[in-house]
Design a protein around this ligand. Sequence first.
Ligand code: PEP
Ligand code: MG
Length: 584
Amino acid sequence: MNRKTYRGTPISPGIAIGPAFVSDSAAIKIPVYYIDKSQVESELTRFHAAVSVAKSQIETMITEMESKLGAKDAMIFKVHSHILEDSHFIDLVEEKVREEKINVEAALREVITWYSAQIAEVQNSGAKDTSADIRDVGNRVIRNLMADEKDHVLKREEHFILITHELLPSDTVHLDKSKLLGIVTEVGGKASHAAILSRSFGIPAVTGVDLTTFPRTVGEMVLDGRMGAIVLYPNSADMKRYEERRREFLEFKDTIYVKEEGEAVTLDGTEVELLANIENFDALNDEDFKDIKGIGLYRTEFMFMDRNTFPSEEEQYEIYRSILNKIGPDKEVTFRTIDIGGDKKLSYFRTPEEANPVLGWRGIRISFEWPDVFISQIRALLKAAAHGQVNIMLPMVTDLEEVRTANQYLTDIKNDLRKQGTPFGESVRLGVMIEVPAAAIDIDNIVHETDFISIGSNDLIQYMLAVDRNNAKVAEMYQPLNPAILKIIHRVIRAGVESGTRVSICGEMAGNFNYTQLLLGMGLRRLSMTPFYISGVKKAIRSTTIADCERIAGRALNMRTLREIRTYLKRMNVLNPPKGGKTF
Ligand code: PEP
Ligand code: MG
């Protein structure tokens, strides 16, 4: 095979060398392949199993919707149920598999497209448009079928580098990280959730790679997660070079990320609280616990992803309580209420197709419009708070009115629990993420009506710079050190400090030791990050003084360009990362 190279945007450092596994291509989001005559019956059995799973998922949803919202809203799912009962629809799929000898996902997709077109024609004549329902229910069956596909990825025996169009946050929940050497995607930005998760697993990743000419089957390949390079069928010179780089990177990782003993205290005695960002509590190991004061960001939506229906209040209560029991009474947990929308979707919750999903229906906006889910989560958290220290944090808050609405919900829910005689934690704090520029600019008002604030720099940067954090095309423009970003972050921190409101940062900036002095110098004393980064940041804290940090922040805040700031911080960095280290 001929050596071939590709380029992309590096999103998670490290070198991976190993066999590639191509999961889908850009053009084909679902697998399409021919099957042998002898496989037809087993393919149809797969189809019927997926349909019957879909039917019971829909039944569950109908029951839930009827009890929460009434029969009218449950109607749409009844339509879905009827579609799956429609023997013509089922027959068409079966016929395609039998006659064209293609896999059932491909057959289903063709039938959905055909059916939708037919309906659109009828609709022109005035009939009700159910084409969206056909697509929706069809995709549900495809997803059920693809669950096997994911299992297939999951259960791979050998190590592999995953090549896929897009890695959704919900996909990362299913992947077997122990076999995954690296990730290559076509779409996704530096601060996409997939990138954050790859970094937290320590898996090298590159995005923005044009996969249209990427072969479906590849043998050995090399991925450089620092430079964004990909080499298919590497020659012996490549192998020598990349083996060397991999060794260098691992050495670097060992010096920076190996456990740092001692407290997170600066040379002049200022203590800094280090907290962890997590998506899944079980991923946190005992070593991680020692260094942290608690969880500064628990992204609860991931708990909602790995399932087929919303978890009940009782189920959530059990989960939250077990987390609090495990972490113990001295450590606090900041649970962020469900933050779906944007790139985080739930297979069982229908969100509209939006032209600009990150500016659309997401976070707290969904919670206020669908209060059932919000209320049951807050109730579960309040009840769990009887067993530990709980903070509740609201995502995507835009203005003070939303803060007041949330405070009112909390008061009402507490009153209900009191009336019902249900025990709950009275001292729960309610805080907001500052990730929408409007909230950051109006921070002087917000701080007086909230218990704490946490800077969500990942989204704040995307909205301030008008750079989609999931778009590989503009990944290079996603720059945390942009002078406007530093100014807004400084303003938020100052408002927190001056009003005596707890302030922290939980975006990716917190975990980058290159920024530690800057953040401390701007006044932060609470940093929440992926556990992987804690040692590096602690080393930076233990090697500097607050006086130096303030001097560095003061200088950086007065600089006019990103380039100046970047060069200056590189020069001042106490850890001086060696070649192969984390990119600035
Ligand atoms: C953020 O936006 O900075 C953040 C921490 O939340 P998420 O990355 O989950 O959007
Ligand atoms: Mg966010």
